[in-house]
Design a protein around this ligand. Structure first.
Ligand code: GLN
Ligand code: ZN
Length: 750
């Protein structure tokens, strides 16, 4: 009989219980026992919730105290030598994630194209492994004691090795497969002995472009593991298998999970390739977004599979782990009824999986209420005037000139005449410290404890203080400090039409850190200016140029839950035009330097190389649409961080910002190598202060970085600035570092 399955549940808890418990343990306020008790409670609650939702196949070992990749690293005993002295397993685990005074944390990076960050495994020559954790077994037993026979989840060995970084350049992590496989085999055998009949092994790298070595490793791995223990459900997600489809279907495993939300078109081909003895798990409910599913459409898709392979080899599941969705929509009482009827969080998604399974087992009539509700919501959504605004759609469809009036050299001459900045101009990226007081005042204002006039007066005083400090230090281009902003996307989303905000829609970003992405549900437009007031106020306080500060369209898109009823590019274009209006209004208000931040442009890159060009085309065009409405004498800046940009330099150049500030200091100007091969045409400020570290860089540090930059970039194109906003830093270090930065620029001028 067809079964319902889940691949993973959010760990953090409906009320972010895990976050709170972790943070009090880290602060030393509570003992590890309290943390473990919270974990145990959450696991029990989530297993029960899945059972109540009617899910037949419930995962275990999807829970992690920090990260499932780090769990795998801990399981394999791949502890970097700098942590070797830590005996307590909890302390060791969190030291790897967060660092200690003596040992810096392991690197962290984004999990495929999600906003979830995993801890990157570190491997070195002579690396040894041993089975160092029994967590998978323990959690299997823990669920069993509650009467739930789960399907344990493991990150597959080839994905784990592929995402690992070798600490010595000569080591190829995949060459360690032979050492890792026996440990996986040992664990699988132990799970089987405990009674597990199936395991889920995640190999999401199967949706990427694979090297021959990776393909070989996959064949070798599953030839070994298929006989080692329980039957294996090999899970792929986040995209289509494409050229890896034959490989994936030929691996000697018992089942294959495929993502039919991201890639429904792959189903017919896979059905042809699938062996007659294999189970197919169809991922038909979106694990990456918060929209309610069109159950009839998904039922039709599943029926295609059913027709080909029959009911007994079929499982119905979300597209991927529900880790990337919030827990429960029921608590969102502040959203209106209509909006809520379009959404589904993890709990609601499991109900959708159950309804689809029931319909396959007993016919659509058996799940009539769920199907009727889905159909009604989908129809209302299609027709809603809250979503569809013909004027916004028409404007986005109309052609506009994406280029500025003049070419860069023309603009540069006009801008230099206007501002007469010295060589190596100095500036910052926008935000100044969001002190406890700033956050308290904002919270008090939100709760209605202080009135608008009091809050505004506070913000004005903070802004003025920031302006005076910048003047005293001698920066050339000032900023207002962004004290009025909670978050660089939320601040704009709250002022744009087409956005909604949840009360409790938290999604884990890394460790205890959660984000609450805005929901873009409708056509986006800007009812009124969003930033002009604060920028104009700050400009009125000083004779120096004041830089206006905006978040770019691609970043707003990337850090939100995005509607799926139109292409992302179209939604992005609507946001771009709203930002364009703001840019023009800033110019009209006399702000002649405007920065449009795009820190997330790089992370929006598709997983497959062959899709990059299409994405970069519309992303760059959206940036240009937002920036091209102003005169040549207005200077447009952009800012990027958090990524390696070397492979998209031509696209960055095509954005044609007059100035870009970019994160480089952490990788010791590694990026600047790119400038030797690619001549960046406009002005650029390579960040000379790693603001993610509390360390105040000396003038000598910054000067050395600038000199290195000047080897690849002509001096008259260079700016001097930190590598990101300063909101997480304290004022004393900000003042000290900026003083050094200004002295650095002066030394360079000489
Ligand atoms: N202007 C923003 C700030 O300074 C940019 C933040 C970012 O790049 N993430 O905070
Ligand atoms: Zn930044």
């Amino acid at each position: 009989m067809t079964k319902s399955a889940n691949l993973g549940f959010p760990r953090i808890g409906l009320h972010r219980e895990l976050k709170k418990s972790l943070e009090s343990y880290w602060k030393g306020e509570t003992h590890a026992d309290a943390l473990h008790a919270t974990g145990k409670q959450l696991r029990a609650r989530h297993w029960q919730l899945q059972r109540d939702a009617g899910i037949d196949i419930i995962p275990s070992n999807d829970f992690a105290y920090y990260d499932h990749m780090l769990d795998t690293t801990a399981m394999l005993g791949a502890i970097p030598p700098r942590f070797a002295g830590i005996a307590d397993p909890d302390q060791l685990y969190f030291a790897m994630a967060r660092g200690t005074a003596a040992a810096p944390a392991m690197e962290m990076t984004k999990w495929f194209d999600t906003n979830y960050h995993y801890i990157v495994p570190e491997l070195h020559t002579g690396q040894r492994f041993h089975l160092a954790s029994t967590k998978a077994l323990d959690h299997y037993r823990e669920a069993k004691a509650l009467g739930i026979d789960t399907r344990p989840v493991l990150v597959g060995p080839v994905t784990w090795l592929s995402l690992a970084k070798a600490k010595d350049g000569s080591l190829d992590p995949l060459s360690l497969l032979d050492s890792v496989l026996p440990l996986y085999a040992e664990l699988l055998a132990a799970l089987k002995a405990e009674g597990a009949t199936w395991v889920q092994i995640d190999e999401p790298i199967l949706v990427l472009d694979l090297s021959d070595a990776q393909k070989h490793a996959l064949r070798q791995a599953y030839a070994t593991l298929s006989a080692a223990g329980p039957r294996i459900m090999l899970a792929t997600y986040f995209g289509a298998l494409l050229d890896n489809a034959e490989l994936a279907t030929q691996l000697p495993v018992s089942g294959l999970h495929i993502d039919l939300v991201r890639a429904p078109e792959q189903l017919p081909h896979l059905l042809k390739l699938l062996d007659a003895d294999k189970t197919l798990s169809v991922g038909v409910i979106d694990g990456r977004n918060i929209w309610r599913a069109d159950l009839d459409r998904q039922l039709a898709l599943i029926t295609t599979a059913w027709d080909a392979i029959g009911p007994d080899r079929l499982q119905i599941a979300p597209s991927c782990s529900l880790l990337h969705t919030p827990v429960d929509l029921d608590g969102e009482t502040a959203l209106d009824e209509e909006l809520r009827s379009w959404l589904a969080f993890a709990k609601q998604k499991l109900a959708e999986v159950s309804a689809l399974t029931l319909a396959m087992q007993k016919g659509r009539g058996a799940a009539k209420a769920a199907f009727d509700a889905s159909a009604a919501a989908i129809a209302a959504h299609k027709a809603s005037a809250r979503i569809h605004k013909p004027q916004v759609k028409a404007r986005a469809a109309a052609k506009i000139a994406l280029g500025r009036g003049g070419v860069f050299s023309t603009r540069r001459a006009l801008q230099r005449q206007r501002y007469k900045l010295p060589p190596f101009p100095t500036t910052t990226i926008g935000s100044f410290p969001q002190t406890a007081e700033v956050r308290e005042q904002r919270a008090a204002f939100k709760k209605g404890q202080i009135d608008t006039a009091t809050y505004d007066a506070f913000l004005q005083a903070e802004t003025e203080r920031a302006v005076r400090i910048q003047e005293r230090i001698g920066l050339d281009v000032l900023v207002h400090g962004e004290f009025e902003r909670n978050d660089m996307v939320e601040y704009f989303g709250e002022q744009l039409d087409g956005f909604a905000f949840t009360k409790n829609g938290w999604v884990q970003s890394y460790g205890s850190r959660c984000v609450k992405p805005p929901v873009i549900y409708g056509d986006v437009s800007r009812p009124a200016p969003m930033t002009v007031r604060w920028s104009a106020y700050a400009a009125s306080l000083t004779d120096r140029p004041m830089k206006g500060m905006l978040t770019g369209p691609v970043t707003i898109l990337q850090w939100s839950f995005v509607r799926v009823d139109q292409p992302r590019s179209e939604t992005c274009r609507q946001i771009a035009l709203a930002i364009r209006d703001e840019v023009i209004d800033l110019e009209t208000a006399g702000i002649g330097i405007i920065q449009i931040d795009e820190p997330a442009l790089r992370e929006g890159l598709p997983l497959r190389h062959s899709d990059w060009d299409v994405y970069l085309r519309w992303a760059v065009d959206c940036f240009r649409a937002s920036a091209s409405g102003v005169s040549d004498a207005t200077q447009i800046h952009t800012h990027m961080c958090y990524a390696e940009f070397n492979d998209i330099m031509p696209a960055i150049a095509e954005m044609d910002a007059d100035v870009i500030s970019i994160e480089t200091s952490r990788s010791d100007m590694e990026l600047l190598e790119a400038f030797r091969d690619f001549k960046y045409p406009n002005e650029i400020g390579p960040g000379v202060w790693d603001i993610h570290s509390p360390r105040v860089p000396s003038q000598a540090d910054m000067e050395a970085l600038m000199r290195k930059a000047a080897q690849g970039i002509p001096a008259d194109q260079l700016w001097v600035n930190p590598d990101c906003g300063l909101k997480t830093r304290g004022w004393p270090e900000v003042e000290a570092a900026l003083e050094n930065l200004v002295v650095t620029a002066k030394a360079l001028r000489r």
